[in-house]
Design a protein around this ligand. Structure first.
Ligand SMILES: Nc1ncnc2c1ncn2[C@@H]1O[C@H](COP(=O)(O)OP(=O)(O)OP(=O)(O)O)[C@@H](O)[C@H]1O
Ligand SMILES: [Mg+2]
Length: 335
């Protein structure tokens, strides 16, 4: 007990790495709450079960939006439940390294620190997700070469050129996989007058979503509720239609990567043209996104091995050698 932890508190998924053990927690960032009492009934995968069981007035709450807390109390209680779940007790308390988007404001940073501290963390260290992702992707971050990392999560896309142990230029935009789901829902609402759920939209994206046309255009069938009558209605969707529906948020991600490259110091851009871009995060799994990025940015694109785990694995690697990293990175804020 008391071993230090790395926490990737993502908009979609929460992962915890424990020193010496690796990943010990990996669950959706969702809380089942009793609306009458305000009590947290359960968290993670189990929360979905509780909702589908329709036990009384229990609702699902996603306490983060675009990588930042929108529901402080709920997040705090969720972190408490996560830390207890991995065996954190009152004493000895662990140090916790938390990954945050680079655009996080000072107020938001303090809120994260406070939430983790009150949930049982002894000291809290914040690290930028792009840096953790670069380390998790196994990039040679200490070397004087530039590497471009693009981490597409549920709520944010973190883009950074990493060199000499830090993020030398980067961009964080509040666009991620959830925005693709929202675009699909909006398209179905406008085109067919039918409402579908968030999870149904995500399933369509995973099943037939793509960033570039594929030789075998696939189809999916989804059931929604007709807005005019409230009656259930089945819709058949084609791959091209879904790609069109998602084109705006996908375009914003591609544009942000292109801008980061254009604005990086020329010698680093030159490196990236050779070494390529490393794509990670769950959103990177969208079919053909690597191809689109390589076409639009004119750089080779490599997928990381386990894109959903890259950030927490990188943060874990930092945790194992926190003192080395503390002296090398200005962007880590020790407390
Ligand atoms: N096969 C897939 N195809 C397309 N998208 C996918 C696939 N698998 C997962 N995703 C998407 O990945 C996103 C979750 O990724 P990830 O866990 O990296 O986000 P996060 O770290 O929780 O969020 P953030 O970093 O933005 O706060 C979700 O939007 C999910 O729909
Ligand atoms: Mg993430």
């Amino acid at each position: 007990m008391g071993r230090d932890l790395a926490l990737d508190l993502g908009t979609a998924n929460t992962l915890v790495y424990r020193q010496g053990d690796g990943i010990v927690f990996d669950q959706p960032t969702v809380v089942a709450m009793n609306t009458t009492t305000g009590e947290v009934v359960s968290t993670g995968e189990d929360a979905w079960q509780k909702i589908s069981a329709r036990s009384g007035s229990v609702v699902a709450v996603r306490p983060l939006r675009h990588g930042v807390m929108t529901e402080f109390d709920v997040t705090q209680r969720m972190i408490g439940s996560v830390l207890r779940g991995v065996g954190v007790s009152k004493f000895p308390k662990p140090r916790v390294l938390v990954c945050i988007p680079s655009e996080t404001s000072e107020v938001e940073r303090r809120a994260v620190e406070e939430a983790v501290r009150s949930a049982g963390g002894r000291g809290v260290v914040l690290v930028e997700e792009a840096l953790a992702a670069a380390i998790g992707a196994g990039l040679p971050i200490h070397e004087p070469v530039g590497n471009l990392i693009v981490d597409i999560g549920g709520g944010t896309t973190e883009i950074g050129v990493v060199s000499m142990g830090g993020v030398v230029s980067g961009l964080s935009i509040r666009v991620g996989g959830f925005d693709l789901d929202a675009s699909i829902r909006e398209h179905i609402r406008v085109r067919y007058g039918v409402a579908i759920g968030e999870k149904a939209a995500e399933q369509i994206k995973i099943a037939i979503g793509s960033a570039v046309p594929s030789p075998r255009a696939r189809e999916a069938i989804v059931t929604g509720r007709e807005l005019s009558s409230g009656a259930p209605r089945e819709i058949r969707l084609g791959e091209d239609e879904v790609r069109q529906a998602m084109s705006q948020p996908v375009g914003r991600i591609v544009e942000a990567a292109r801008r980061t490259l254009a604005e990086a110091p020329p010698e680093l851009t030159h490196d990236v043209l050779e070494t390529g871009t490393f794509l990670t995060g769950g959103g990177a799994l969208l079919r053909g996104l690597d191809l689109l990025l390589s076409q639009e940015c004119e750089v080779p694109v490599h997928m990381t091995d386990r894109p959903l785990e890259t950030v927490v694995m990188g943060a874990g690697a930092m945790l194992e050698r926190l003192d080395d990293y503390r002296s090398s990175f200005q962007l880590v804020r020790p407390h």
